[in-house]
Each structure stands twice: as C-alpha cells, then as structure tokens.
Design a protein around this ligand. Structure first.
Ligand code: ADP
Ligand code: MG
Ligand code: MG
Length: 194
C-alpha cells in the first residue's frame, strides 16, 4: 500500500513552512532567495486545490499546480516529480507508487535540467532516495537517504542553476532545493507514522 498521497502533501506543506527560514537563507547564500517562497506558496496552492477538488488524484493536482503556477527553476522540476508520482499511482492503484514514481520523476528532472549527481541540486537528494526505494527501503530509511544526500551537498560547489554563479560562497551549506525535496520524503515517512 502507498501512503495516503493527500496526507503526504499536507504534511509536506507544513514541513516546508517550518523550514521556510532555513530554505530562504540557503537560497540567499547560493541563489536569489526565493526558494522558500516558491515551495511554500506552491504547496499552499496544492492544499487549497486538494480542498476544492477532493476527488482528483492528489499528485495530479500537485503536478498541475507546480508545472503551471510555481516559479523558479524548482517549480516545474518538482512538478515533474509529482507528475510521475501521479502516473505511477494511476498505473498501479493500491500498490506503492514511490519506487516507480521517483525513478521516473528523477529521470524527467535530469532530462529537463541536465544535472548530474554532484552538481549540487535536488538530484543529489533524489538519487539516494531512488536507490533506497529500489532496494526496498521503508519510508523512514528512504527519508534518511534523501536527507543524507541533501546534507552531502554542503561539500559541493554548484555546477547548475543560479548557485553556479556565486562560486565558493555557499560551500559549507546545503543546497536549498535538495533539502526542500528531502522534506517530501520526510513528510511521507511522517504521514506513514514513522
Ligand atoms: P531559481 O534559481 O530560479 O530561483 P529556485 O530558487 O526555485 O530557482 O530553486 C533553486 C533550486 O533548484 C536549487 O537549489 C537546485 O536544487 C534546483 N536546481 C537548479 N537548477 C537545477 C537543475 N538544472 N536540475 C535540477 N535541479 C536544479
Ligand atoms: Mg531561487
Ligand atoms: Mg528565482
């Protein structure tokens, strides 16, 4: 069974708000400071849309919001992740959609954004999460893998996105997008009671 998608997304919205100051400060160091706003405003729109469209597939609702309405580089990329989670849920109802959804979502993000592991992006949180899911890890272990990947970006110099223009300034601090995406896995574990 897959964890209730609506509960995952609502938990994710709460987690993003809790982390807002940190995400904003990290994007101020390495980018233009709007990542916390992009993620929080996007997830608020998602929870609003879930309230008004309770019968729609939650990750499809989230994908539509992030692909069409959320700004920044991260908006459409996270939208692709939600889109593949929605597709995986639809393809195998009642089964755990995350191994396939995250595998395909990461592939879509890399097709569009062309980031490789080690470029200091959200890809660095997604690769360990994808690998954990592929090896059958539970929600808690997968979240730990994603958070570990996000934390590892603190040692990296950015080669993609705005952060690549600021050189060494952000080294020692994790990439905001990697941390923001790791919170999705943390929220799934939380929604799963872990
Ligand atoms: P912007 O730089 O347009 O303001 P955001 O602040 O919304 O974008 O998002 C920044 C995050 O996007 C980064 O922390 C990084 O994780 C992610 N990112 C940037 N470029 C790429 C890319 N090419 N592939 C994957 N993720 C990326
Ligand atoms: Mg930004
Ligand atoms: Mg921006």
């Amino acid at each position: 069974m897959t964890t209730d998608p609506s509960l995952v997304l609502r938990t994710y919205a709460d987690a993003a708000h809790t982390a807002y100051e940190t995400l904003t400060a990290l994007d101020q160091l390495s980018g233009d400071g709007d990542f916390g706003d992009n993620l929080c405003e996007g997830l608020d729109r998602v929870t609003g849309a879930l309230d008004t469209h309770p019968d729609e597939p939650p990750f499809a609702v989230a994908a539509a919001v992030f692909l069409d309405e959320v700004g920044g580089t991260s908006g459409p990329l996270i939208g692709l992740l939600f889109q593949e989670l929605a597709r995986a849920h639809a393809a195998a109802p009642g089964q755990d959609a995350w191994p396939t959804g995250i595998h395909e979502g990461l592939a879509a993000i890399q097709r569009v954004g062309e980031a490789e592991p080690g470029d200091r992006t959200m890809v660095d949180a997604l690769v360990p999460a994808r690998d954990a899911l592929r090896s059958g890890a539970g929600t808690r272990e997968t979240a730990q893998a994603a958070l570990g990947g996000a934390r590892s970006t603190a040692a990296l110099r950015a080669r993609r996105g705005r952060a690549s223009y600021v050189g060494e300034r952000a080294v020692g601090h994790p990439d905001p997008g990697a941390l923001g995406v790791a919170l999705l896995f943390w929220s799934r574990a939380r929604a799963d009671g872990q």
